[in-house]
Design a protein around this ligand. Structure first.
Ligand SMILES: *Cc1c(COP(=O)(O)O)cnc(C)c1O
Length: 367
């Protein structure tokens, strides 16, 4: 069986360094917010090309805490509208609703699955205060256009960069376009820890400082609390693991792109819709998502050939039980996408033999 994602194999390459990092933390006697966290924050800020990186417990917290910090800073208030793609992972929406803000679900571009500028403009109302673009599947949204809209309408931009570490447009990376960006280092992400981890990147000093306090019980100084904060800190051990993996991120992205290019040039099956992107730098292929009107049949066909597939995601947020108030919303593009997409294996350790096998299996599929 070709696994959808072989995490064991991905991390095995770094096994020696990961074990050394673990020993370093164990022997240090310092387990919360120590040298590993602050070093990783510096290294990841440098990688993204921003001034600040603030480690937090996970990707959802990165988004939630940023919106919360903007509320504390008086830039957002409850009831404000935040534009977000309707086809995103539920975390992007939860970050908005947890803050008492109102998500405005906007249909994505059918080809890139990302927010498109024209539809953002149409969705802007007098209550709109922020845009939350999601770089879905690893492809940067059209950030030059989105920042232009945000500037003209005086809106905040929070990038959900959980799937796009290292993707860039005009040499500017994910995490450096918006006023702030949330990253996840969930193990299956392109830069994955060995447990939960996340971070916010920003060039805004005031936001960075507020975020640091909010994630640390609302405190800058021990036992002095200026906000009713929470506990959301990047774990010292996970930071040590991330420091091992960050220097290899670019070569892993190259390996992912090589697999993606092989799929694109090898698959010629008119019943399958292949992903599209503007230029290779803007896509880091967190996921390789194809489309077909006969998804179940395709999944069974691939499974018969020993190829594991997943769906990202089977139910759109507005159709979830958790959001029953939006179940009647009509978002046909989003709904159709959710019915037709299939993610095929893509990771930097896939052998060329496995890639060839997947290509020939896709080519032998018929409706
Ligand atoms: C993974 C992911 C998140 C949440 O990250 P966690 O670390 O699991 O909390 C948010 N948004 C998107 C688009 C994601 O893929």
């Amino acid at each position: 069986m070709i696994k959808f994602l072989d995490l064991e194999k991905i991390n095995e390459k770094y096994s020696k360094e990961l074990n050394e990092a673990a020993s370093r933390v164990i022997d240090s006697g310092w387990y919360i917010q120590g040298n590993e966290v602050s070093s990783f924050e510096d290294e990841f800020a440098h990688y993204c090309g921003v001034k600040h990186c603030i480690g937090v417990a996970n990707g959802l917290d990165a988004l939630t805490l940023t919106l919360w910090a903007w509320k504390e800073l008086g830039k957002l208030k409850e009831g404000d509208e935040v534009i977000v793609p309707a086809n995103t992972y539920i975390a992007s929406i939860l970050a908005i609703t947890e803050n008492g803000l109102v998500p405005v679900l906007v249909e994505p571009d059918e080809k890139t699955y990302n927010l498109c500028p024209e539809k953002i403009e149409v969705a802007i109302t007098s209550r709109t205060r922020a845009i939350l673009p999601v770089h879905l599947y690893g492809q940067l949204a059209d950030m030059p256009a989105i920042m232009n809209i945000a500037d003209r309408h005086n809106l905040l931009v929070l990038e959900d960069a959980a799937q796009a570490h290292g993707a860039s447009i005009e040499g500017r990376k994910a995490g450096s376009w918006g006023h702030a960006s949330g990253f996840s280092f969930y193990p299956g992400k392109n830069l994955g820890a060995l447990g939960d981890a996340g971070a916010v990147t920003t060039n805004d000093d005031e936001l960075a400082s507020t975020l640091r306090a909010l994630g640390n019980y609302g405190s800058h100084k021990k036992y002095e609390n200026i906000y009713q904060g929470t506990n959301s800190r990047l774990d010292e051990m996970q930071a040590a693991f991330l420091r091992v993996k960050l220097p290899h991120l670019d070569s892993e992205i190259q390996a992912r792109r090589a697999v993606a290019k092989a799929y694109i040039s090898g698959v010629c099956n008119p019943s399958l819709g292949m992903p599209e992107w503007k230029n290779v730098e803007s896509h880091v292929f967190h996921l390789f998502v194809i489309r077909t009107q006969e998804r179940k049949k395709l999944q069974e066909h691939l499974e018969k050939d020993g190829i594991q597939t997943l769906i990202h995601y089977p139910i759109p947020p507005h159709k979830q039980t958790a959001f029953s108030q939006w179940n009647d919303l009509c978002l046909p593009i989003t709904e159709q996408i959710h019915e037709e997409i299939v993610s095929i294996p893509l990771d930097p350790t896939l052998s060329s033999g496995a890639v060839e096998h997947i290509i020939s299996s896709l080519n032998s599929f018929s409706l």
